[in-house]
Design a protein around this ligand. Sequence first.
Ligand code: PXL
Length: 277
Amino acid sequence: MDYKRILSIQDISCVGQCSLTVALPILSACGHETAILPAAVLSNHTGGFKGFTCHDLTSDIPGILEQWETEGIAFDGAYTGYLGSSEQIAYVKDIFDRLVSPDGLRVVDPAMADSGALYPAFDMDFVEVMKSLVAAADIALPNITEASLLTGIEYREHYDRSYANALIDGIHALGTGTVIMTGVSYDDTTTGILVSDEKGCQYIMYEKLPVSCHGTGDVFASAFVGAYLAGKGKPEAAKIAGEYVLSCIRNTIDDQEHWYGVKFEPMLGELITAIRR
Ligand code: PXL
């Protein structure tokens, strides 16, 4: 199995099982050296707690970047999630250019919205700047809401294949070679993932569970990056990540107290087994 050095750039939500507290354990479990660049430190995520504190770390990034360059540090891949500010995106693009090896992987999860709405910290100016980061990515991992914001196509709760394909085409048009769109559901009982690249477009279908859990986008993105860097093909890595998310949701669904994230840790063994298979 390949052993890669990956840099994950996203916030630290101290509590809430998302972003770096998910990416770091999952990428490590997938067998990779995982470096982090915290984009911001939040007391907890912004989805459902009474409030949150947020300390943006944008101004720390230039010094860290310079120090890494002095040390000759480079990465096989970089994977971004929830970021701290639109100013930060220019630095992230700089990192893609200067610190990721030329044949390395650049993955962008434009984590900024879900269920038809932007997360509280973001506005349409942020969406505009995010388009430029998506353009710099080899692989973009939007959900339906993010794809709609990035393409300017109206958000719909109910849609058909032609709507989903229009979203995919719109993201490709930004400049991304591979688009993997999550939460693509054409009926009440199934959901799935669209994997679109130069080889074509595949739909990977799953049972739709009657809940929507926080942080599953981050769990999916981390597991996908981990599996892909371990040598799986893109559809296979997406399938493994999707199955892992489903298993994490099943492991959480009966625990009413656990509304803020999924209990992904006890299921890591399943992910590791799937990657080694
Ligand atoms: O899971 C995405 C995410 C990451 N980080 C923070 C969030 C959210 C979603 O709400 O608020 C801080």
